[in-house]
Structure formats: C-alpha cells, structure tokens
Ligand binder design. Sequence first.
Ligand code: PEP
Ligand code: MG
Length: 609
Amino acid sequence: MTLKNSERIVMKRDAFLPVRGLARSGALFSFDERKNVDRLAAKPLRLKFVKGQVGAEGFAVGASIVFAPLLLGDLKVCKTSRPLTMADFQRGVALSEKELHGMHRAVAKKLPDVVSLIFSAQIMMLKDRTLLGAVEALIGRGIAPQEAVRDIVEDYVARFDSMANEYVREKRYDVIDVGRRILANMIGSSELDDRFDGKIVIARELLPSDIMKLSLQNAAGIILLSGGVTAHVAVLARSVNIPLVIANEPRLMNVKNGSCILLDGAMGNISIDPDSDVVRAFRSREASRLDVKRILKTLREETRTKDGVRIVLLANINLLADLAVAKAFKAEGVGLYRSEFPFLLRGDFPSEEEQYVIYRRLVEGMKGREITFRTLDVGGDKMLSYYDGTREANPFLGLRSIRFSLKNRDIFAHQIRAILRAGFDADLRIMFPMISSVDEFVAAREMVAECSRALHLNRRPYQRKPRIGAMIEVPSILAVIEELASTADFLSIGTNDLIQYMLAVDRTNEKVAEFYFPHHPAVLRGIKRVVDAASLYQRDISICGDMAHDPRYIPFFIGIGVRKFSLDASYLPKIQHSVNTIDTRKATLFAADLLTKSSVTETAELFDR
Ligand code: PEP
Ligand code: MG
C-alpha cells in the first residue's frame, strides 16, 4: 500500500544531512562506513540497506521496478486466437489515439504548464499517414498486422538512430511506445499505463519529462543513481510530490523487480525487503506527520521571530501545481518562479502567447501579492532538448542562463513581453539569473526597457514599473556587489549555484557531494557581504536557494539581517516554526561568532550545536 500524493505534501523534512557528518566525512558514508561498503561490494551479499541523499522528501513503500527506456524487444507480438485483420489494426490506432487524448486531458488539468510536451509527439505519430500507410501496405501484402507494426516501428527506429540530432534520436522511444500501444489495443490488452503505478522506480538517470510521466502513472517513489539534491529533476520531483532519494550504489540496478522497498525520503534511507515490523513502525510514525489539519492550525498568516521581528516567507514555484500548496501554507507571494520548466518540458520554444497564458495563471493565482519572475535559466543540468546550440563540453560554465538570453534576443524578448503583459496589474518583479557583472545586469535591464517601449507602441496593457533585480549566484559579482546593489531594485541569493561556483563543486554530481559545504566560511562571508551591500542601498534582499529549507541556517541569515526567504512551498510550515523560535539578538551574536571562523570544521560545529 502506498501513500496518496496529497498526503506526501507535508512530509518534507531536512534536505541536508547533518552538517557535522558532511564536514567530517562524506555526505553518503563516513570513512569507516565507506570502507565497509567497499568490503561488502566485493562479496555477493544481498543488498538490504542503502543510505542516500534526499532529493525530494516523503515516505513510500512499494514494489521495485527498474526504469529502462523502451527497447525494440518490448514490441512483443502476442499470439491471438484468431488471425488479426486490417480492421483490427485500424481499431488499434483509433483506440490508441483516444487513450493518448484522454491522458493529455488528464495532464492538462493537473499540470497545465507542461501538458504540451508529454503526448504531442506520440499523437502526431498516430496521425502520420506515412507511418500508418506503410503498415497498411504491408498488411495489404498479406503480412500479419502485428508483424507489420513491428517491422515499420523497427524501420523508424533505425532511421531515428541514424540522425545526428540527439533530440530526433530520442524519438525512437516514442515510436516504440506508440507501437506497443497499437499492438496492445489490437488485441484488447490494457496493461500499458500502469507499469509504474504504486511502484518504487529505480533509475540510473532520468529526464525531466520522465519525472512527469512517472508522476502521471502515480509512481510511489524514485531512487536515482546519479545527480545531486539540487539537480533539477529533484526539484521537479518535489513539485509533483514524488519522494526521491539519490544513491550512488550501482547494485541497486540489480534489485529484482517486485522486491519490496521502503523509501524514507526524509533521511535518504532505502531498505530492500524490510521486515514487516519496520514497515508498520514507519507507517504509524508517518501517519502523525501527515496530519495536514494539525499543521494548518498551527500556521500563522504572518511570520515573526520570538521577539516579534517580521519575516516574510515567499514560495518558489516550479510548476503551476505548486501554487495550491503555496497558498495553503500561507506564502506571502512568489519569491522565485523558475520560468524555465515550461521550456524544459516541451519539444520546442513556447511562443509569447503560450508563455503569457501560463504567467497570467500564476499572477491570478497569487492575486495582490508580490511575484518574482526569474527569466529563463537554461543550461547546466537544464538542457533544452530541442536547442542544439546548448550542447557543450562544460555546460555549467557555458552559454547558460542570462548569457543564453542575451545571445538569443528574440527568445528573451518574447519572454519579457509575456511577463510584462501577464503582470500588468501585479506587484511584478523580474529577476535575472547568474548575473556575473554589472554590465550584464544593465544589458538585461535594457531589454526590459526595449520590450516596454514595444508594448507601449502596440497599445497593449503591460506593467510599466516592474522592479528589476539580480540573482546572486556567481562569485565574481561579490567583488562589485555594492555597485550592483546601487543599480538593481533588489537582490536574491541563489545559494545552490553560489555554493557550486564558489567551491567548484558540481551540484549535480553525487561523487563530490561530500565537498558541497553550505557552511563553508567563504559562502557565509560572501552572503554577509551581499546582505550588507543591499542594506547600504536599502534594497530588498532575500534567500531563495535550498539553504533556506534548512532550519539550522535560518538563525545565521536572520542574524546578518535577512528578513525575506523564498522556499519550495512544502517547506513553509517547517521554516515558519523555526523562525518562531529565534531571538534576533541571539541570532546576531551567533552569526557574528560564525563569521570569525575560518574553517569548515569550526562552522560545522557551531551549526550543529
Ligand atoms: C539557486 O541557484 O540557489 C537557485 C535558487 O536557482 P536554481 O536552483 O533554480 O538554480
Ligand atoms: Mg541557480
């Protein structure tokens, strides 16, 4: 039995492992544990327990299934009691189309901003006369329909495989999937769409679109062998409420399908074939945490510290589906809308109109409250599958984020116009990601001015006075932060990337997770410098990276003067409760003490105390 999605919303807990554990040893294992694991790896022992990192919190128990892309071998040609005919094939196609349209409608309801991606390629294939005509021609020549489908699908797969463009090559999976669906529908089998229902999916790697498909099939949980906790597939898993644990343990791929797995996405623990007592204990422990009513009762409209200082908690929104949780958990607005998700989950660039529709829903959903749109932040681990130019040797240091927007001015202009139009009546803020120099900020802001002029000439309603700010996530900007603060309307610190670039640690690489120190003195002092610059010019400053999800860091932030945080919505109750226990005077002393420390060990000890 598994938990419902709605129940998982409130199960989020610490996203980071204990700081001391991080500082002393490694994020996944202590040194001694690692030696043990190495020893175990040499023996053919049955895997019982794996410690991983929390990607998306929550708890799930279910049967395991290893996720693998579809292969031609999955095109099983079933035996039937009677020979199949052309009419069976045509019925199979019609039923498949109906099914895909039904699924499309279901997603449109649940995830309106990403719907177009998921089924459109397959629906197009079912309408493709060349493909269908080729199958019909074979059937016409006396080949059995199921053989004809398989032959033509194989033919298409061979053609896709020979393409230079990776995005086109990926279509091989769609055509196999379509073939499977037609074959199943020809013989009236209906086992296609529940492959992952209630299951714990084990995958070596996943694309954002895979996360969406798993969500649609109600997968109970995901174990991912690669990636870091701030990687964007993990961010997406949080938005669709699927617990996800990242574990660099290749033997997980050998776990037999159907094994019982207990996924504790609060601690990052994976138990394989756990005792029934353990499962029972977990279920009862989680039941008390799932008490949404209790949590809502304790939540206040406004957040204050113990000594009454007002703190503003905003929500990070990745998908429009996050809005409901944000509102239920009293977000005072949106501090970071990750606008790239609709771009990531599609087959092509969304038009200005398509973006406008999504952005307008966001604005209406948060009526009257502040909304910060972050402009397109692609590149790194957020590749656009349909944009060839983004394939680079070092994508994290490549043409990404604001650089991409400034180089692709049409795409940038469409987005800015859509934002200005959607926010014509809102407290609208536009924020540029990965600003590395004042010049870059000024160039990006100039684009907003240009778009405003164009909208004015077109006589369309638009926001004339958006506040324009910068994300602080590239270390170079720290050296000119005072100048940037004097120029920008607001600043927001993206700790995920700031840590990654300051410490030269890939945030998506589990092999270096043990070097990813949010508490590194350079990070803490860098953040302090930004907050001081903002205060010097009386600019709004907020924290919007994952450090704000961890109650251990909140006293430090409050102690250096941060009064605004933007969090993934499900963390709002936990952080409000944490703020309520903080005394600002004590927090100031705590932060001052921390800032005198120069080693990772010392800061870790203070945070852990
Ligand atoms: C960050 O870098 O901290 C951030 C909030 O942006 P993202 O996680 O989307 O890169
Ligand atoms: Mg970032």
